[in-house]
Design a binder for this molecule. Structure first.
Ligand code: THU
Length: 135
C-alpha cells in the first residue's frame, strides 16, 4: 500500500467517528511491517475524559491482534468530517506511538483529499521517553 492509499484509508475511517460532542471526526490508518492495515476513529464519551483518539484506537486494535511492528500511520480529521488542513496527532498519541514505533516511523497528516504532510515520529516527538529509558 502506498502513502496516498494509506491516506485514503484514514479518510474512509473518519466516517466511522463517534464525535457528538466535539463534532470533530478523525480517522487513522496504520500499516504494519508485514503489510496489514488497521484503522481507527475517535470515540467520544458523555463524561468527556474516556474519549479516545483515532490513532490510539488503530494502534491498540493492532496490538490486540498481535502486531508489534509498524511502518506508518495516516491521520485525517476535521470539523463535521470536513478536511480543511492538518489535524495532527495529539501528544498522548505521539507517546503511544513511541511505545511501539521506531523513530523513523512515518506519520502522514492528511491536509486535503489529495494532499498530506509527512513527518517521522522523532520529528513530532523529539527526545521521546521510551521503554529503553526504564530498562
Ligand atoms: N482527536 C483524535 O482523534 N486524534 C488526535 O490526535 C487529536 C484529537 C479527537 C479527540 C476528540 O474526539 C476530537 O478529536 C477533538 O479533540
Amino acid at each position: 500500500m502506498n502513502e496516498k492509499e494509506l491516506c485514503s484509508k484514514a479518510i474512509e475511517a473518519m466516517e466511522k467517528a463517534y464525535a457528538p460532542y466535539s463534532k470533530h471526526k478523525v480517522g487513522a490508518a496504520l500499516l504494519t511491517e508485514t503489510g496489514r492495515l488497521f484503522t481507527g476513529c475517535n470515540i467520544e464519551n458523555a463524561a468527556y475524559s474516556p474519549t479516545v483518539c483515532a490513532e490510539r484506537v488503530a494502534l491498540f486494535t493492532a496490538v490486540a491482534a498481535g502486531e508489534r511492528k509498524f511502518k506508518a500511520i495516516a491521520v485525517a480529521g476535521g470539523k463535521d468530517g470536513i478536511i480543511d488542513g492538518a489535524f495532527p496527532p495529539c501528544g498522548v498519541c505521539r507517546q503511544v506511538m513511541a511505545e511501539f514505533c521506531p523513530p523513523d516511523f512515518k506519520v502522514l497528516v492528511v491536509t486535503g483529499n489529495d494532499s498530506f504532510k509527512k513527518y517521522t515520529l522523532s520529528e513530532l516527538l523529539p527526545e521521546a521517553f521510551t521503554p529503553e529509558n526504564i530498562e
